[in-house]
Design a protein around this ligand. Sequence first.
Ligand SMILES: [Zn+2]
Ligand SMILES: [Zn+2]
Length: 433
Amino acid sequence: MFIRSPFTLVTFTLLTGLAFPQTSAQTEVDQVYPEAHELYLDIHRNPELSLHEGQTAAKLASRLGSAGYEVREHVGGTGVVALLKNGAGPTVVLRTELVALPVEEKTGLAYASKVRVKDASGTEVAVMHACGHDLHMASLVATAEIMARSKDRWQGTLMLVGQPGEEGFDGARAMMNDGLFTRFPKPDVAVALHVSNTEPAGMVSITPGIYNTNADSLRITIYGRGGHGASPQSAIDPIVIAARTVLALQTIVSREVKPGEMAVVTVGSLHAGTRDNIIPDHAEMALTVRTRDQEIRKQVLASIERIAKAEAAAAGAPREPLVEHYYGTDAVYNDPPLAERLRVVLAEVLGKEHVITAPPILPSEDFSYFVAQGIPGFYFSLGGADPQKFAQAKSGGPALPSNHSPMFTPDVEPALRTGIVAEVAVLRSLLKR
Ligand SMILES: [Zn+2]
Ligand SMILES: [Zn+2]
């Protein structure tokens, strides 16, 4: 059901509500769009959990192989690396995530995921592409196809990466540890995009400088002394220490961080005990911490440790709490001159009115691992919202579901077409002959 030629622009305009200039870019997209849409539907129907993206990776690898790329699978687990060498010149990497989420899809779409699997703990969970990574993959494969068919329009090495485990922030690191930039060429520039409902489909947004936040995950184990629930004098209750700790942690952002600086401290899980009449001997909590500034990050992490230890000491705990910083990722940084240069490129193909500047966002991303290797990065946002629903939401109508919601769904055709046009334009500019 895809209208391919002379009416495509008209259809696209109706779909997006935005008028696009008819360009050769749109015509190129027409040629690859039906297959890209079919791949999108296939991946959407068959989502896979973090670090188990085997089928998804195989689909990507096979399409990229058929398009003429040299493909390596199983890089850092389920990661895929595809290279297209086209003479002397820079190496540019375009990255997509592979992973879906343990979310039960409630969009009611004909192609909604019905997949259920056992997670790492053995619990059955529903799985959904609730973050739009299916659209990123379809866009990357279509872009790859266009780049392979137009080798006379660029020069250098195009490197495509299908990265596992982005939602747990461990996939980029696993690929680096498996030689992503030593077994394969180290790129001169790294590019990625992310779809969301914060802009209508047909638009892209750019955030020069810091794009999102530093994310840190901590686990705190508080030790007490177990005993009978009816004899608290014989015990040291870790539940009471944990409760006090949770409340005291709230004062970091409200009392310690300078007003105006960005910081979030969330205790997302708290577990202790088994039944009413037993005082347990320990309590466990898990925290996520988000910051933008590195100094504020250090300050907040130090405060958490100080407060956890002090609350335990105040209660006479038999030993200090164990504070484990089990994961941290830096904010994604968009090289400002690169962002400005690519803004002009995107405005040329999408129209100036479809390229906007956006403030930094809160969710984090392990694309920062690429940038941390000293590679200038360009990570931009792709509008995903149905333009009509977006306009209604702006004027007080129902809010659009965010990424990770069971209702999340991009307006596929205009978003995917825009993603492809944008990626091709960015890559050709970075790999200019
Ligand atoms: Zn996500
Ligand atoms: Zn995502």
